[in-house]
Write a protein that binds this ligand. Structure first.
Ligand SMILES: C[S@@+](CC[C@H](N)C(=O)[O-])C[C@H]1O[C@@H](n2cnc3c(N)ncnc32)[C@H](O)[C@@H]1O
Length: 400
């Protein structure tokens, strides 16, 4: 994400048994007492790290609690990054970023012999700026493609979906006819993309920018002999504060065991180190492949394709939002529900699983190089950090 604008800070390598005692600070925004009570009551029975992360970001299914950072719409994206919590590349580099995606989509459409119905599915759309830029640019400069294009946003947060609709509907300076035209070509689906499903397999392209690193991940600890799963529970609770701790436990699912065999079997983990496993990303990829008859997948995110570098660089968990002092940067237990938690992506796993699900890996590129090439002009904003980001292009029954 543009969320990389702060330097990575790595937490926690080296300890076999971790106990984090991190007080919630009274700075704004902080947890309301009722939110603390909910965290406490839910986590009384310890939960795997991914469930904790899900609760912080998307809590809705927990007793109707709407306090999640995304589900409640607390997140404030801001193109100036002054008032907001963080920025993303498509926002910061608007409209260039979206235009680059259009160029890619047009090339894909042509490679498929210009089908009359080309569905572009953007999963996790934030404030909808990239979508607005894509639709406007397509309408203005690629009218033939626009006529074949149906654009769908799949968004888990109802609040954000409404924001996205607002962004797209308020295309500034355009006449009502253009707005109406654009609105005819877009649909919104309020659900999790992880279990995405269409009535029939589609021809087109699944797109995500900085979605995968927001999917809840499992956290494991490797002690040199075996993996332990990390669980979270409150260590101490009071009306004004809550302290969390992590404990080691058994692997909580057979899917996780299968992943370790498939992805990690040949890799020698460093002694006493952590591994983050994004099973949601694997499920998402499998469902995309199931729902794709002919077409492509564009995945853009922070991460690495080389497993060794991915593990050893560390700094996999990042947090963003208001009022994080340096001391708490990257700490997912600080101000839960009020901050973004992101986990960098293992792109090598996406390529390996993609092949197993019938997708062909066309290429995995460094984000800045990819956009320089496709736009023939550099994305200037955050060029330096852009090298931490990847663009993975996969295809099914299609060449490029
Ligand atoms: C970091 S924001 C990225 C927004 C946008 N793509 C951008 O680059 O500006 C992540 C977005 O993904 C959405 N999201 C998170 N998990 C999701 C899921 N499982 N299905 C669909 N959307 C999801 C969030 O609500 C948010 O809109």
């Amino acid at each position: 994400m543009g969320r990389i604008s702060k330097e990575f800070k790595y937490l926690g390598i080296g300890a076999a048994y971790i106990t984090l005692n991190l007080p919630l600070r009274p700075e704004t925004p902080t947890l309301k007492p009722f939110e603390r009570r909910i965290f406490y009551s839910i986590l009384q029975k310890r939960k795997p790290f991914d469930e904790y992360m899900e609760m912080c970001l998307y809590s809705r299914k927990y007793n109707g609690f709407e306090g999640g950072y995304y589900s409640s719409g607390k997140v404030i994206f801001d193109t100036t990054a002054k008032k907001g919590h963080y920025n993303t590349y498509p926002q910061k580099n608007s409209p260039l970023f979206g235009q680059g995606i259009v160029k890619q989509l047009v090339a894909m459409w042509k490679a498929l012999d210009r089908p009359n119905n080309f569905l572009a599915v953007n999963m996790g759309a934030g404030n909808g700026i990239m979508d607005r830029d894509i639709l406007m640019y397509t309408y203005k400069y690629h009218r033939d493609f626009f006529e074949s294009l149906k654009y769908v946003i799949v968004e888990i947060s109802k609040e954000l979906m409404e924001r996205q609709e607002g962004t797209i509907a308020s295309v500034k300076g355009q006449d009502p006819f253009i707005k109406a035209k654009i609105m005819q070509h877009i649909n919104f689906i309020n659900r999790s993309a992880v279990n995405i499903e269409f009535d029939e397999p589609i021809t087109g392209c699944f797109i995500s920018n900085e979605l995968l690193d927001n999917l809840p991940v499992k956290k494991l600890f490797w002690d040199g002999e075996k993996y332990h799963e990390i669980y979270v529970s409150p260590k101490q609770y009071a009306e004004s504060s809550i302290f969390f701790c992590e404990t080691k436990g058994r692997l909580s699912s057979s899917k996780l065991k299968d992943y370790l065999k498939f992805r990690m079997d040949k890799y020698k983990m460093p002694q006493d180190s952590y591994l983050y496993v994004n099973l949601n990303a694997i499920d998402l990829l499998q469902n995309i492949s199931k729902n794709l008859k002919r077409g492509y997948v564009i995945t853009i995110d922070c991460g690495k394709e080389d497993l060794d570098k991915y593990i050893k660089t560390g700094n996999i968990i990042r947090t963003y939002g208001y009022g994080i002092s340096e001391e708490y940067e990257g700490n997912p237990y600080y101000n839960p529900g009020n901050l973004d938690i992101a986990a960098s992506v293992d792109f090598g796993a996406l390529m390996l699983y993609g092949e197993a699900f019938g997708l062909k890996n066309i290429g995995c590129y460094q984000q800045n190089e990819y956009f320089d090439k496709i736009l023939l002009t550099p994305l200037n904003k955050w060029k330096r950090n852009s090298k931490y980001y990847r663009v993975l292009i996969q295809s099914k029954n299609a060449s490029l």
